[in-house]
Design a protein around this ligand. Structure first.
Ligand SMILES: NC(=O)C1=CN([C@@H]2O[C@H](COP(=O)(O)OP(=O)(O)OC[C@H]3O[C@@H](n4cnc5c(N)ncnc54)[C@H](O)[C@@H]3O)[C@@H](O)[C@H]2O)C=CC1
Ligand SMILES: O=C(O)[C@H](O)CS(=O)(=O)O
Length: 476
């Protein structure tokens, strides 16, 4: 008997008229059944959040307590949560365990940041004629935050929204991806246990085109924190009018490997990272630019390493690469690979698909206009392209509609500094790959990779607003 997962509204578990199965992404078997929210439940969830926010404000120290407790409870349930992630996303159990501990850290960082929300004293008396005034700013929560998350990291990316939202004093309406909602429901259990007042967290599940659309249209929501594809993010932004949004969107991230780099360090990092989470990572290594002096060695070593990686059952601790989210996506990528080969690309290693499983694949002879290069692959595939000068590498890396993060391997401070300044993206990772992320660092894209920054401290800034207060003293 598979569990039936209810919606979480106003501190209660709520049924709806419709249910949908959540599938084990490795074998297609149902692992849970979720109640799908209708317009009525969406309306109830937003009402619950708005009423909670108006009913009581949670003092900063209490927010710290609740978030810290939630982080602890998440780690106490790490094995159960990791199994959930492995089943509903298809990520390997090793990656799932790692994601749970990162998500717990993200909640802990949010807890700590909830004690650091403050304004500043404005030296207003230093302006002529205002000697008898004093001024300061205060930072206040926005009210109701809508958190919408993608399928690929249901734990950490959800905690990157709910954690800062609560730390900032907001109430939350949360919509997980309809294909991977189970972790989110368990996170609501955790926040209930951690003492979050009812109504401060509400979860509605269901297809983005229905539930997501209804949330976008609800004018009682004060802020939208969205992570997902660029197309959906743009649609959401156009629906919400003047209300603020944070958009963490797609990418086709570059990593440059210069001739003076430590070859095997770069090979290991690029290859293992490109295939992590079956490549379904928005900062995944997709375009690798290698100096021509080490290009052949890089390709040879990367192909040899790729061949050692095990594709299979994500629950097997020896598996390196699990399935993609569904067979349709794997077929999409298989089609892109065939198109690339027809246009002259070479498959150095991999390329075979078995249902939702795709072999770790490395492409060479890729042209920048090929889909495998200029669009977001979101698959266990990366391209290797050679270059002669760092100017060429920078031009190719920047030749993209996206700009999330980039990696650069070099032992030259001059090259590193040039890349740091000239790469057009939100983050440059020196001597590691584009896919590096520490959860406390500012994180967000340029161009079509989005707007706004995550990382608890930065998300809190976006989920609060500053007010200036000016006091005119009596006296002269
Ligand atoms: N920049 C970042 O930090 C990250 C970006 N992503 C991006 O997410 C994508 C993969 O995740 P998916 O879940 O397939 O993305 P998606 O864009 O299909 O869905 C993301 C979320 O939006 C919801 N949604 C769909 N239509 C909607 C609508 N009309 N209104 C409101 N919400 C709607 C979905 O139900 C889901 O919860 C990739 O493009 C990837 O690059 C993924 C992880 C991190
Ligand atoms: O790229 C993504 O999907 C996120 O960066 C995943 S995480 O590493 O931030 O959890």
């Amino acid at each position: 008997m598979i569990p039936k997962i209810k919606l979480f509204i106003n501190g209660q578990w709520v049924e709806s008229d419709q249910t949908e199965k959540v599938l084990n992404k490795a074998n297609g078997e149902p692992v849970a059944e979720i109640y799908v929210a209708g317009l009525k439940e969406v309306e109830q969830a937003v009402t619950s959040a708005q009423r909670a926010f108006k009913r009581e404000k949670i003092a900063p120290y209490r927010r710290y307590d609740i978030l810290k407790r939630a982080s602890e409870l998440l780690m106490e349930r790490q094995e159960e949560m990791a199994l959930t992630l492995s089943l509903e996303v298809g990520k390997t159990i090793r990656e799932a365990r790692m994601e749970v501990s990162r998500a717990a850290q993200t909640l802990l960082i949010s807890a700590e940041e909830s004690k650091r929300i403050h304004g500043e004293i404005i030296p207003i008396s230093s302006s002529p004629g205002n000697e008898n005034r004093r001024a300061w700013t205060i930072r206040q929560p926005l009210g109701v935050v809508c958190a919408i998350t993608p399928f690929n990291f249901p734990a950490n990316l959800t905690c990157h929204k709910i954690g800062p939202a609560i730390a900032a004093g907001n109430a939350v309406v949360y919509k997980p991806a309809s294909t991977t909602p189970i972790f989110g429901a368990k996170l609501c259990e955790i926040f209930l246990e951690s003492g979050l007042p009812k109504g401060y967290l509400n979860m509605v599940m269901g297809p983005g085109s229905v539930v997501g659309d209804a949330l976008a249209k609800d004018q009682r929501i004060d802020f939208y924190s969205f992570t997902g594809s660029t197309s959906v993010g743009l649609k959401l932004k156009n629906s919400v009018g003047l209300r603020p949004v944070s958009l963490e969107l797609g990418s086709n991230s570059p990593t440059i490997v210069h001739g003076d780099a430590d070859l095997m360090v770069a090979v290991e990092a690029c290859t293992r990272s490109a295939f992590a989470n079956a490549g379904q990572v928005c900062i995944s290594v997709q375009r690798v630019y290698v100096h021509n002096s080490i290009y052949n060695d890089f390709c040879q070593q990367a192909a040899a390493l790729a061949k050692t990686l095990k594709v299979g059952d994500p629950l097997d601790p020896t598996t390196d690469i699990g399935p993609m989210i569904n067979e349709k996506e794997a077929i999409r990528v298989e089609g892109w690979l065939q198109e690339a080969v027809t246009e002259g690309a070479k498959i150095l290693v991999g390329g075979k698909r078995n249902g939702p499983f795709l072999e770790p694949t490395i492409l060479t002879n890729v042209h920048p206009k090929m889909k495998c290069s200029c669009q977001e692959l979101f698959a266990p595939v990366f391209n290797v392209v050679s270059y002669n000068t760092i100017d060429e590498a920078l031009a190719m890396a920047n030749d993209s509609n996206y700009g999330l993060q980039a990696g650069v391997f070099t032992n030259s401070l001059d090259i590193a500094s040039r890349c740091a300044e000239e790469l057009e993206c939100g983050g440059v990772i020196i001597n590691d790959v584009s896919a590096f992320r520490a959860d406390l660092m500012p994180y967000g894209g340029w161009k079509e990779s989005g707007t706004g920054k995550e990382g608890p401290r930065y998300a809190i800034e976006e989920m609060t607003r500053e007010k200036v207060v000016v006091l005119k003293l009596k006296g002269k």
